[in-house]
Design a protein around this ligand. Structure first.
Ligand code: FAD
Length: 450
């Protein structure tokens, strides 16, 4: 089919998933336009991210030169009372790397451009255009842009998702515990002695906050992240940085890179992220590892999956229809989404525990280094019979709590299986039943989160 006869793809936001989807679709002959609010020079945060190197191969993106990335140090998890540290290697099937965000985004843009994607920078998407029950374009500050399929890659607060009609039944508002308000910055380092650059300390519930914090020396500065489910109160952030400095003694006040507070989705993927003429990828559909908010690899893989689904569906079917785009959601849920559901359950459970119980879990090493690391990078967690027996022996003094922990881990598997049982065809009633059955597991935990 000639390019002019193929469905026209409009992508809102030059997010990772949108750039990958755009490149694959353009290479397959689809006309693709990406509309991005920032100018090219400002795109991407000023910091390094950690993600799995295999994201490139899985999405057909060439490996970056080795000089552009390095292996992420092993994570050391620190208990809330700071008394216990557990250092974990990354799961063997993953190679976690650190890479500058701006370098990655520019790489993905160049690849999209060379495949024929048209990029409009400095253009703000304001909302979807709806005609006859389908999304047929987006309104922008430079006028309307029409397309056959609108890919929403505009992040957590996407105006396209927020502007969808209610009968799309796509969740718009984030619920309790669904977002981390996150501070990330490179602070000056006040000590001059050599640092251990292999240190990467991840604190659970540091200073009592409901979330995670990390401390990581990088050349010349200290990389700090603090993410919690509540907005930071006035001066609250300063309090956290000061408290971290009380522990580490080398965090200066001057911010050298990054800074500012952003919102990251930390919930299971949305129960519905496709509609007639509409499909979301990445943060717009809440595709992150719920405990950390890491979403680059998932967004890239989802972008590739969406593009391949559209290409396949356009052979014998109408790829604009929700029934066609639903196949993307089904495949995503089977490959990645179901595990993210399980991790979200565990995150919600951990956030509902008292600090004393979390300290106990660390002190007695009821959670292993491997389990913590899998949890952190999003490769799932389960507790077999033998592991349970070992934990029961170690944590005998709090047997009731241990059984509760075991119940929670069992529920993780149950939620994961339930998510994977997503209806294979698009049927509104079946989808509601499926989504409600999952939500029932989360209700008690989410309601108990203060
Ligand atoms: C502090 C912090 C640290 C993080 N660290 C990591 C990490 O180490 N590893 C990891 O994997 N993930 C990390 N993440 C998460 C990661 O940033 C996201 O999951 C990932 O960027 C999702 O990509 P995306 O494809 O959804 O697009 P996004 O990166 O969300 O990009 C959306 C794009 O849309 C554009 N846009 C938004 N609104 C509009 C509009 N109205 N009109 C036009 N364009 C618009 C934006 O400018 C942006 O370019 C971190 C996030 C934060 C905030």
């Amino acid at each position: 089919m000639a390019r002019e006869n193929k469905p026209r793809i409009v992508i809102a936001g030059a997010g990772h998933g949108g750039l990958i989807a755009g490149r694959i679709l353009a290479r397959a002959g689809f006309p693709v336009e990406i509309i991005e609010k920032s100018n090219r020079g400002n795109l991407g945060w000023d910091w390094e991210d950690n993600f799995n190197l295999t994201a490139f191969k899985a999405t057909g993106s060439p490996l970056p030169p080795a000089s552009q990335y390095y292996d992420t140090p092993r994570y050391t998890f620190v208990s809330p009372d700071l008394s216990t540290r557990i250092t974990a290697s990354h799961p063997p099937e993953r190679r976690e790397i650190c890479m500058e965000r701006k370098t990655l985004i520019e790489k993905l843009i160049l690849e999209a451009e060379s495949a024929g994607v048209a990029l409009a920078f400095n253009t703000l998407v304001e909302g979807p255009i709806i005609e006859k029950g389908a999304v047929t374009g987006v309104d922008t500050n430079a006028g309307p842009v029409h397309g056959d399929i609108i890919i929403d890659s505009a992040g957590i607060d996407s105006p396209v998702r927020l502007g969808l009609p209610n009968d799309y039944r796509v969740v718009k508002e984030m619920g309790r515990g669904h977002v981390f308000h996150t501070y990330r910055a490179y602070h000056e380092r006040t000590l001059k002695d050599p640092v251990k650059e292999s240190t990467f300390n991840v604190h659970l519930r540091f200073n009592g906050m409901l979330g995670i914090t990390w401390y990581r020396p990088v050349p010349g500065c200290i990389d700090i992240l603090a993410g919690q489910i509540h907005p930071f109160p006035k001066n609250g952030l300063e309090g956290i940085v000061n408290a971290m400095n009380d522990v580490y003694n080398d965090i200066g006040k001057e911010v050298l890179r990054g800074g500012g507070i952003t919102r990251i989705p930390v919930r299971r993927p949305l129960p519905l992220f496709v509609g007639n003429g509409y499909a979301a990828v990445g943060d717009a559909a809440c595709m992150t590892v719920p405990i950390t908010g890491s979403g680059i690899e998932i967004s890239m893989r989802a972008g590739a999956l969406l593009a391949r689904t559209i290409i396949k569906q356009s052979v014998n079917d109408d790829p604009r229809k929700v029934e066609s785009l639903w196949k993307y959601q089904v495949q995503f849920t089977k490959e990645m989404g179901s595990i993210l559901h399980g991790i979200d359950y565990l995150k919600s459970y951990i956030l509902s525990l008292s600090l004393e119980k979390i300290n106990f879990v660390f002190r007695k090493r009821l959670i292993t280094a491997g389990e913590l690391s899998s949890f952190m990078v999003g490769s799932g967690i389960q507790m077999g019979a033998w592991a349970l027996i070992q934990k029961l022996i170690k944590g005998f003094s709090k047997l009731g709590f241990l059984l509760d922990l075991k119940r929670a881990v069992d529920t993780v598997s149950r939620v994961q299986k339930l998510a994977a049982s997503i209806p294979r065809t698009h049927d509104g009633i079946e989808i509601s039943k499926w989504a409600n059955a999952i939500q029932e597991h989360f209700d008690p935990l989410e309601q108990s989160m203060q």
